[in-house]
Structures are given as structure tokens and as C-alpha cells.
Write a protein that binds this ligand. Structure first.
Ligand SMILES: [Zn+2]
Ligand SMILES: [Zn+2]
Length: 393
């Protein structure tokens, strides 16, 4: 068999002590949204203005107080939002966009957004540059660009009657339980695996080939990871479509509308599809290879100082619109049984559920592994709970 695939390897548990709380809140502190904020060793925040020209960077120092005082004033509020009196997880907001009248309604929802009304923390992909990256790190910038290339919009047109009333092990309401309110839900996903088949006896099962006597012998099987609260089961997957390369408003429309699903764990799911469209298959395979190359280097580079840097990046489809990039920091890691959730300031809106969240130095050398879920009452965003990988190269 001629096949290539990217995938994860053995998982293990790990825990790391948080050290500080940063000041770069693109959602919480809107005055700093257009700036890169980096803390130096003395606890000063180095503020770097955005510029198209690296030579023109202007910097200044702002005293943000000691690590200890920042931590003590913020951690307790995060903890209170995570846990109610009975220990229940309080996710009060998922980041799925809903539209009663389909696609046409999504743009209106962007304009009427109540979560981030000016959307300054969500950088349009075609305006994103390495000036938005801490220290202008070109390697990290290229890595995020390839993550963007692999980010997809996920549209779901049906609500399964099998959705539970509550989050598992919780008394918190599960999204869209017994709901028939929307006819379109929009979120995000990420191409986590691409496998090419060539003349190995297994035939393409794309929509076109399934209805044909002559299915193609050269084809790709593609995996997209997203959240289960966005695509709950096989019924919803059967009514899900994926839009690729939606980088700007006038991007060509590339849609896959036949996917199947596999569960991946507590709140993640894997969507799979086949394609013998060589343009789509080749492009996704190349992007996956580029991502793997960049991520391996980023992982190694950021692993040693990951708990000091606390960087966090997301590429998503806010309000079902074209891709936007957000830059921020993670705040806390919280253990739930053997799983870990991150909280972060990195900006999201409805439509961002299911997007990959990059925490440089976390994940493993092959994949970052964390995906966006929703928000806490404190205003911090929160990832899906995930096993922590053992650190190794
Ligand atoms: Zn918004
Ligand atoms: Zn086919």
C-alpha cells in the first residue's frame, strides 16, 4: 500500500505548575489588542507596535506588577468559574454560531456581535504578519500560516435527538438539547490527517465515485478534528459540510458535503471524507507536510520556556465568516480526572468552536492536540479537556 499519514503517538499524563498571569488580553483589555505584549525577566511588559516593516518596530516598557501579585489577584476568579459548589464545570458559553436563515444571516451576526463588538482581537488572515508574533518569530509565524491553511469551516444542518440534557458528569446544560431553533450551526475544524492511496486495491468512496462504476484508484482520505458539541453523532455528521480555503470574502468556494464521524474522546470528534480531486488532496497533503515540519521545530523551540511564555494562537471562522487569527496567552491549566483544560485570553467568537488552539511547546512533536470549546463566566476562553502528552523529542 502506498499511503502516508500524520498521526499521534503514545499519550501520557503530565502536569505543570502555572507561573504568572500576563497582561496581553486581546478580549479582556481591548486597548492592547493591536499590540504584541511580551514580558521580560523583570516582569515588565515589552509592548511592540504592529507594523508592516520589521525595521520600524517601536517598543516601550510598562510596569505590570510582579508575577506574584498578578497571580493572586486572578487565579481565584478562574477557579470559581471552573467549579460550582458541587464541583460542576461551569462552561456557560459554547462558541457555535447559529443562523435561522442560513448563510445570509451569518454576516449580520458578525455585525451585531455581543462578545467582541469591534473584533479587534481577531486579525483577518490576509492582514496577519510576523509583526503580530512575539519577537517576530518567523518560524512560529509560518507554523500558524500552515495551521490556517488547514483550518476549515464546519456547517451542521441538523440537531440530533440523541444530544444529552447535560454535559457528561455535570448538571450544566448541553448545547442544543432538544432544540429545533436553528437550521445552520457554524463552527471550525482542523485537518489533522491526510492519507494518499494509489492503486492499492482500495477505491475512492467520495460522493462522485460511490455513484460510479469506475471509482478512482488515486485518492485521499482526509481527517478533520473538531468538537463533539458541534457535530454530535453520525446523524449530524451526515448533515455536515466542510468549507476549505475560506481565507477571505471572495475566496473560491470549496466544499465537501459527505463526511463520516468517529468519536475521539470526551468532547472531540473526527470527521472523515474521501476525495479524488487532486487539487484538493494535493494541497491538503502539502499543507500537512509543511505543518508537520514547522510544528516539530516550534515544539522543540518553545518546550523549555512554555510555562513562562504562555503563548496561545487560534485560527478560526468567527461567525462563520472567513478566517481570522487571534494572539494571546494561556492563563491556567486545570486537571479533570486524567485530562487537562487550558484557559486563555486568545480572542474567539461564536463560530470558533472546534478550532485548533496552539500552545507552543504543548502537545507532542507531531500535533498540538488542543481545540477550542467555549468561555467561562470570567470571560476567559477554555479548551476541550485533553490528555497531556509526555515530554519527549
Ligand atoms: Zn464576534
Ligand atoms: Zn472519488
Amino acid at each position: 500500500m502506498s499511503a502516508q499519514k500524520r498521526g499521534a503517538e503514545t499519550k501520557g499524563k503530565g502536569s505543570n505548575k502555572h507561573k504568572r498571569v500576563d497582561s496581553a488580553d486581546c478580549c479582556v483589555d481591548e486597548d492592547k489588542e493591536s499590540l504584541n505584549v511580551i514580558e521580560d525577566d523583570s516582569g515588565k511588559a515589552l509592548v511592540v507596535s504592529s507594523s508592516d516593516d520589521e525595521e520600524d518596530l517601536v517598543s516601550s516598557s510598562i510596569d505590570v506588577g510582579s508575577d506574584e501579585s498578578s497571580e493572586s489577584s486572578n487565579v481565584s476568579s478562574v477557579d470559581l468559574d471552573f467549579l460550582s459548589e458541587d464541583g460542576d464545570l461551569l462552561i456557560d458559553y459554547h462558541d457555535i454560531e447559529e443562523s435561522e436563515s442560513g448563510e445570509a444571516d451569518l454576516h449580520k451576526r458578525f455585525l451585531c456581535c455581543t462578545k467582541n463588538s469591534d473584533h479587534k482581537g481577531l486579525i483577518p488572515l490576509d492582514e496577519f504578519s510576523n509583526n503580530h508574533i512575539p519577537n517576530g518569530d518567523n518560524l512560529l509565524y509560518k507554523c500558524i500560516q500552515t495551521i490556517a491553511d488547514l483550518t476549515v469551516r464546519v456547517d451542521v444542518k441538523i440537531i440530533s435527538s440523541q444530544r444529552p440534557e447535560f454535559w457528561p458528569g455535570s448538571t450544566k446544560s448541553y448545547p442544543f438539547y432538544k432544540s429545533n431553533q436553528s437550521n445552520l450551526r457554524a463552527g471550525s475544524g482542523w485537518v489533522s490527517g491526510v492519507r494518499q492511496f494509489t492503486d492499492d486495491g482500495k477505491k475512492c468512496w467520495c460522493t462522485k465515485c460511490q455513484g460510479s462504476e469506475f471509482s478512482s484508484g488515486a485518492w485521499w482520505e482526509v481527517e478533520v478534528t473538531t468538537t463533539k458539541h458541534l457535530v454530535f453523532d453520525t446523524l449530524e455528521a451526515g448533515n455536515t459540510s466542510l468549507r476549505f480555503f475560506y481565507d477571505k470574502e471572495d475566496s473560491p468556494v470549496v466544499i465537501i458535503d459527505k463526511v463520516i464521524m468517529e468519536n475521539l474522546g470526551k468532547d472531540k470528534c473526527l470527521l472523515k471524507f474521501a476525495t479524488c480531486d487532486s487539487n484538493l488532496g494535493d494541497q491538503l497533503e502539502r499543507s500537512q507536510e509543511k505543518f508537520a515540519s514547522f510544528w516539530f521545530k516550534v515544539y522543540q523551540k518553545y518546550l523549555p520556556a512554555r510555562d513562562e511564555d504562555k503563548f496561545s494562537f487560534i485560527v478560526s471562522h468567527p461567525h462563520g465568516g472567513c478566517k481570522r487569527v487571534s494572539v494571546g496567552h494561556w492563563k491556567e491549566k486545570k486537571n479533570e480526572d486524567e485530562l487537562t483544560r487550558f484557559t486563555y485570553t486568545t480572542c474567539t467568537c461564536p463560530g470558533s468552536s472546534g478550532a485548533l488552539v496552539l500552545f507552543p511547546g504543548y502537545g507532542n512533536r507531531f500535533v498540538p492536540e488542543f481545540f477550542h470549546s467555549g468561555s467561562l463566566k470570567s470571560g476567559f476562553n477554555v479548551s476541550v479537556a485533553e490528555l497531556m502528552y509526555t515530554q519527549f523529542f
